[in-house]
Each structure stands twice: as structure tokens, then as C-alpha cells.
Design a protein around this ligand. Structure first.
Ligand SMILES: [Zn+2]
Length: 417
């Protein structure tokens, strides 16, 4: 009996009845795999693998089946058991539920949970080597783990202030809609698509009562966000995300730099062209982060290229607006707009027009002083995850990876909870 418990414990199948253990050898006679045979307890048997409701037995299915378990030391190990099918009133003929593995899994719960924990805590190459599985398999495992965890918790409790954003996850304009909780910095929800229907499905999940509790929504100037928020969250104020406004200015500055650079090249001013090409980062970075070399570059631009330097100052002063925030920020923005409208740099005249068009949301953002640092940090990490998830070739696996890593869905390591 003690032996049985040890074997069951080793493979994480304590809820099953131990039958036998065998060691399979390779051609050299070394142990290649440990196979622990178990059977389901009577009270756990004959249940639908999806909903766990009891149903009449259907057939033996594919007979005995193996589930990959965590290695024992250096040896691969497996749980083996019958996998009969039952007829469920809701789900039809399905493989019966087993306590040691999720439905449809070829590996045990503790194996899957370990993979999910590792995916959120370590590098891809480490995980793949340690568990001896392919990255595509990891994608399937974490999709299962995340879906189950999502269904068993209420991830939307206490939401008041949220940030809604979109990030591209694949070439060819594939986008994800992302919802972040401003107060906890947690990724709350993520889905494929960036349109009104996608966002409506978030508010459907949130439910009418909790939609009423949403007070602030930070977002970019996208109409699809504004429209849906106005319809679903009557008490919410939309705050323009300062990051996006600053991005408009950075893009405008880059446009000016390219114009000046092209003009220099056309006029045969090679030295100036090279200088400007290298100045990209000096213009982009915040002045306090500039290296000495970059400071010199900027000083040179100030002397030799007034137009580009004015564009730089426009970008910088707009950044100041969002550093200052509050009513002082709003006053500075008034000055900035007056300046930008008559600066005769078309790229910035356009930024001024965009700001004027979304002024109320920008002012709300300045007044409510919603710190976007957390939302930005989630977005930065999400961009990294989209690259890591590329090898999954599965959007649901990318979403699972995001929710495990940033949404608080990561299970504890088996045996440590
Ligand atoms: Zn069922």
C-alpha cells in the first residue's frame, strides 16, 4: 500500500487506484520508460470528459492509453489506464473524465501545469530541453491550461479603470485587442481582432452591472473603441492615452527628418545627409537620456538645420505637456497648439489637427492623471510574447501565453501550492 501511494504520488495520480508499475528497457537493457498503470475510482468513473456529469457507458474507446507524466529522475514516465467512452446528454459520445489529465490531453495535469509554469518563468529553449517536447506541443498544452484556469476564476472583479489597446501580432494586419487593469497592471482580457464586435464581446463577458462600474477608459483615438465604450459604459470617461499622442509627434518628427535628409541628398550635401541619418536616435530619445555624442548631434542640428530643430522642440514640448499633466498641462497644451498650428511644418500642423479633434479625451487624460506606465509595460511585454509565440502557429496559444504570463493565470508548480 505504501508503495502504491509513493508511485501514485511520484506521477501525480493520487486520486486514482494504483495497479502496477513496469520498467521498459531500451535495446541496451537500460531503463527507457517507467509505466504506472492505474484505474479510475468507482465514484470518478463514467463521467463526461468535458462537463463531468455522469452518463451511460458507450464503448472501450481506443482501449488502454498512455499519458506522458513528469520524468522520474532522468527517465521518461507514463500513466497508463483504460480510456472508455461515455454518452453525455450535452456533449454526445466523449472519452470519460480522468482525474489525472485534462480532457483531450496526452499528458498529465502535473506535466501540463509544469509546462505552463515554465512558459511563464523561463526561456523557450530551456523548457523544450527540460520537458523534451516540441514548442507546438507547448502551445497546445498552455491553451488547455489557460482555458481551464480562465473558466474557473472571476478575472473581472473590481474593475474600475481600464486601458484598451491594440497590438499587431502577425504581418498582414492581424491585431489583438488588449484590456489592462490600470490599478493592478494586470492583463485582463485579450482577443483576436480590433473592431467593435471584438470589443463588444469583452463587455458582454463583463456583464451590464460591471460595465456600469467602469469609470475611466484610456485608449488611443480609435473610433471603434470610443463608440463601443460610449454605448456599453455610460459612466466611463475616455482618456486619451498620452503615449499615443507623443507617438504622433515622434512620427511627425521622423517625417521632417526624412524630408530634410532627402533634400540634402538631392542637393548633393552628402556630409549633412550622413549626419542626419545618424541623428535619428538623438532626435527620438528624451533629452535626459542622450549620450554625449547624441547631444553633440543635436547641437549640430540646432546650428545647421532650423526646421528640423524646430520640429524637435515641438515634439519635446508636447512630451512636457504630458509630464506636467493636470491643469498646468492643459494650459501648456493650449500654447503648444497655437505654436504648432502656425509652425508651417505640415507634419506638425496635422498633429495639431488630430489633437484638436480629440481634445476632450486628451484633457480628460491630463486631468485624471491616469498613469500609463503599467499599461505600457504590459504592451511592451506583450510585443515580446508575440515573437516568442510565433512558433506556436496558433493564435489561441499566443493568447494563452499572454494570460499565463501577464494575466495571473499561471498555475503553481505541482506539489508546491
Ligand atoms: Zn458532458
Amino acid at each position: 500500500m505504501r508503495n502504491a501511494r509513493v508511485w501514485a504520488g511520484l506521477l501525480g495520480v493520487k486520486e486514482a487506484i494504483f495497479e502496477d508499475v513496469s520498467v521498459e528497457e531500451d535495446e541496451d537493457g537500460d531503463a527507457a520508460a517507467i509505466v504506472v498503470s492505474v484505474r479510475v475510482r468507482r465514484r470518478d468513473g463514467g463521467r463526461c470528459g468535458i462537463c463531468r456529469r455522469r452518463g451511460p457507458g458507450y464503448d472501450r474507446g481506443e482501449g488502454r492509453r498512455r499519458w506522458r507524466a513528469l520524468d522520474l529522475g532522468t527517465i521518461r514516465s507514463f500513466v497508463e489506464a483504460e480510456a472508455p467512452r461515455v454518452r453525455c446528454g450535452a456533449h454526445g459520445v466523449v472519452v470519460a473524465w480522468v482525474p489525472w489529465a485534462r480532457h483531450g490531453a496526452r499528458s498529465t495535469r502535473s506535466f501540463d501545469d509544469t509546462a505552463a509554469w515554465l512558459v511563464a518563468h523561463t526561456a523557450k529553449s530551456t523548457l523544450v530541453a527540460l520537458l523534451r517536447i516540441s514548442w507546438r506541443t507547448v502551445g497546445r498544452i498552455i491553451t488547455r491550461v489557460s482555458t481551464e484556469a480562465e473558466a474557473s476564476r472571476d478575472g473581472f472583479a473590481g474593475l474600475r479603470r481600464i486601458g484598451i489597446d491594440e497590438i499587431s501580432y502577425k504581418r498582414g494586419h492581424r491585431y489583438l485587442t488588449v484590456v489592462v487593469d490600470h490599478d493592478s497592471g494586470r492583463l485582463v482580457w485579450i482577443a483576436i481582432g480590433r473592431d467593435e464586435a471584438t470589443l463588444h464581446s469583452f463587455f458582454d463577458r463583463l456583464g451590464a452591472e460591471r460595465c456600469l462600474a467602469i469609470t475611466l477608459v484610456s485608449a488611443d483615438a480609435a473610433a471603434w473603441i470610443a463608440n463601443v465604450v460610449a454605448e456599453r459604459c455610460p459612466h466611463a470617461t475616455i482618456c486619451m492615452d498620452p503615449f499615443h499622442v507623443c507617438q504622433w509627434a515622434s512620427r511627425a518628427l521622423d517625417e521632417v527628418r526624412r524630408e530634410v535628409w532627402n533634400a540634402a541628398r538631392r542637393n548633393g550635401q552628402r556630409a549633412i545627409a550622413i549626419e542626419l541619418k545618424g541623428a535619428r536616435f538623438a532626435l527620438w530619445k528624451n533629452p535626459e537620456d542622450l549620450t554625449e555624442r547624441q547631444q553633440d548631434k543635436l547641437a549640430l542640428i540646432e546650428k545647421t538645420n532650423h526646421r528640423l530643430y524646430r520640429a524637435y522642440l515641438l515634439k519635446e514640448q508636447l512630451r512636457q505637456v504630458f509630464q506636467l499633466r493636470g491643469s498646468a498641462g492643459i494650459r501648456l497644451l493650449d500654447h503648444w497648439l497655437a505654436w504648432a498650428r502656425r509652425c508651417r511644418i505640415p507634419a506638425f500642423v496635422k498633429v495639431a489637427a488630430s489633437i484638436t479633434a480629440t481634445r476632450s479625451a486628451i484633457d480628460a487624460g491630463l486631468l485624471h492623471q491616469l498613469s500609463n506606465a503599467r499599461v505600457e509595460s504590459v504592451n511592451t511585454r506583450l510585443r515580446l510574447l508575440t515573437r516568442i509565440a510565433f512558433g506556436f502557429r496558433s493564435a489561441p496559444a499566443l493568447i494563452a501565453l499572454a494570460m499565463l504570463s501577464l494575466g495571473g493565470l499561471c498555475p503553481p508548480l505541482p506539489g508546491r501550492s
